[in-house]
Write a protein that binds this ligand. Structure first.
Ligand SMILES: [Zn+2]
Length: 607
């Protein structure tokens, strides 16, 4: 559910591997004039657009027609963009003292904070860093657990591990797979420590305290204030999380006995997901009685034999009902909706804006399931966002901050309520409110459970980058945070010879993660604000903004700002407030929260 590779930010984020030319120390001492800044930004915007289009075209063909040649073409195009971005980012400080108009100042600032990893100026170190990154990525990509060395056919990659943890109810089997997957990580430990040293050096050359501070600088507020802001948001949701945690623990204790303590932390391996970041797979074990909603969207779609293109048309109609223009003809001609029979493709769902303007597409291998129906609405959210900001300078063609892009489609997906399904003729009658606890529990296992994980990955990395967590306590710090936020513990003590953070893709791949936490907070805040505009007076989880042009206009006001203003202004354009607010989550889950209070009477929450 990523946005298609070539949004500008993605381009910028991909940048980094080679140190080129003009180091920041050399350039920051001289001050260039305002006219030079304008010329520089014109070049940057034009170059990024040109390289971005080339990269998207190559990337699209590579993902929908995988061959050695298309992979090589795509890698080459990406490298070219990455090199250009790194070069531009390092040139930007040249204009730090120039007197330029506000919008140009913002473009320069965005350029400076655009790198996810800053290569050090020393070419030897830069090359070492790039080799380490490639090694870390491939160590993860090739990661496999082989329960029996004599039987290679039993080896499991991450897909196999994921399936086993989702389906198995055998504690011994689950534990073996969980421990098995974590064996891919210890070889990454030394490389990761060196990666931290080198990338920090590059970040310091750009004027940041360390790589973590560079990441936090993207959020239009001082890095330390941003950290505090995340803590504040988490504090708002924590009481609800504690209840969910205690209820799940009670049910799992009943199922697994002493493998799940009656009062302590939850075992990290028994939550249906290798990272315990999404608990929906254990829903059958904890399902509330009499809370079956009485219908299955998957069954409905299958019974109707709904063609994938029709499912996408239905998604599009949601957006046009809000007042957005229909998707262009080329969207229907060029998108990929079904898995081709004759060739390999990357089926992971994504949304693309090939020309950073009108050439929108999605790439999905759609099946007739409720999950894919939701994902369609999610991906189209990216497309409508992309088109809304298409007239801005290239550097502004992105979401207000990186949490916003993922939040939009999810916001719309929250409007896919039973009442909405009735309205579009897919369901005869919406279930009554007595069934809400089941629907809400399912959603809480996905969204509330995720928040803690979404928060802690970067908490760990920021401390690692700043040196607050030394190499000697990498693993301890990881499990301290997992205990603190998630309230989970490993099935047995984990020593420093291990490297458990490395078993999560985004760590060896070096992708920042806080955006997913933000997206989970923002989507509920957006949904509450839009529902109000749509005049929904019922409970928030039953509100759908379908057919509300008032909500559509406000949504578009925010989307069309792209990244041209601080995210606080974009947030205000939609919600009327400059502050993120997690209380919408509490409103949304209020009936579940009340129900949990009943179930937990006399039970201790927390760990
Ligand atoms: Zn997405």
């Amino acid at each position: 559910m990523t946005t298609g590779t070539m949004r500008v930010q993605a381009l910028l984020a991909a940048a980094a591997l080679m140190a080129i030319g003009c180091g920041p120390t050399a350039s920051s001492s001289s001050t260039a004039g305002a006219a030079d800044a304008k010329a520089f930004l014109d070049t940057v915007n034009a170059t990024m657009l040109k390289l971005g289009i080339a990269g998207s075209q190559a990337g699209w063909v590579q993902q929908t027609y995988i061959t050695d040649d298309t992979e090589a073409l795509s890698a080459r195009a990406n490298q070219e963009s990455a090199d250009a971005t790194a070069r531009f980012a390092k040139e930007a400080p040249k204009f730090d003292k120039s007197d330029v108009p506000a919008d140009q100042r913002r473009e320069l600032t965005l350029l400076k904070v655009s790198l996810v990893m800053a290569p050090p100026a020393d070419p030897k170190e830069s090359e070492e860093l790039s080799k380490i990154m490639a090694r870390l990525e491939s160590a993860y990509g090739k990661g496999k657990w082989c329960p029996d060395a004599a039987k290679p056919e039993q080896c499991k990659n991450i897909d196999g591990i994921t399936r086993l943890l989702a389906e198995s109810r055998n504690e011994k089997e689950i534990r073996a797979a969980w421990e098995g997957w974590h064996t891919i990580a210890p070889p990454m430990r030394k490389d990761y420590a060196r990666f931290v040293e080198l990338s920090n050096k590059g970040a310091r050359e750009l004027g940041f305290a360390d790589t973590g501070a560079m990441w936090r600088a993207k959020y239009d507020m001082p890095p330390d204030d941003f950290t505090k802001e995340l803590d504040r948001l988490w504090g708002q949701v924590r009481p609800l999380y504690l209840k969910l945690h205690a209820y799940v623990r009670m049910k799992l204790h009943a199922k697994y006995g002493d493998a799940v303590p009656a009062n302590g932390p939850l075992p990290a391996h028994l939550l249906g997901n290798i990272w315990a970041q999404d608990w929906t797979n254990i829903y059958p074990l904890i399902a509330p009685a009499n809370a079956d909603p009485g219908f299955s969207l998957t069954d409905i779609l299958k019974k109707r034999r709904a063609p994938p293109v029709e499912m996408v048309r239905t998604g599009e109609r949601f957006y046009t009902s809000l007042g957005f223009a229909p998707l262009p003809k080329t969207f229907w001609e060029r998108s990929l909706f079904v898995r081709p029979k004759d060739r390999d493709v990357v089926c992971h769902a994504s949304a693309w804006d090939i020309d950073l303007a009108e050439d929108l597409r999605i790439k999905m291998c759609i099946e007739q399931t409720a999950e894919d129906f939701t994902t369609i609405h999610h991906e189209l959210g990216h497309n409508f966002y992309q088109r809304a900001y298409k007239d801005l300078p290239t550097l502004f063609r992105d979401s207000a901050n990186d949490g916003f892009h993922e939040a939009i489609g999810d916001t719309i997906a929250l409007s896919v309520t039973p009442e909405y399904l009735v309205k579009i003729g897919m369901l005869d009658k919406a279930p009554d409110a007595s069934r809400d606890v089941g629907l809400l529990m399912n959603r809480a296992l996905e969204k509330i459970a995720f928040l803690t994980f979404g928060l802690l990955i970067d908490q760990w990395r920021w401390n690692v980058f700043s040196g607050a967590t030394p190499v000697a306590s990498y693993n301890k710090a990881w499990w301290d945070l997992r205990l603190k936020y998630q309230g989970v513990a490993p099935p047995a003590p984990r020593g420093e010879e291990l490297f458990d953070p490395g078993a999560k893709y985004h760590v060896p791949d070096n992708t920042p993660y806080t955006r997913y936490f933000l997206a989970h907070i923002l989507q509920f805040q957006f949904h509450r604000a839009l529902s109000k505009m749509a005049g929904c007076a019922g409970p928030l989880h039953r509100c759908s903004i379908f057919q509300s042009t008032e909500a559509g206009q406000r949504l578009n006001a925010m989307l069309s700002m792209g990244q041209s203003r601080p995210w606080q202004d974009a947030l205000e354009a939609l919600t009327g407030s400059k502050q993120m607010d997690a209380t919408a989550i509490l409103d949304y889950f209020a009936p579940l929260s009340t129900w949990l209070d009943e179930q937990l009477k006399g039970t201790q929450v927390g760990w």
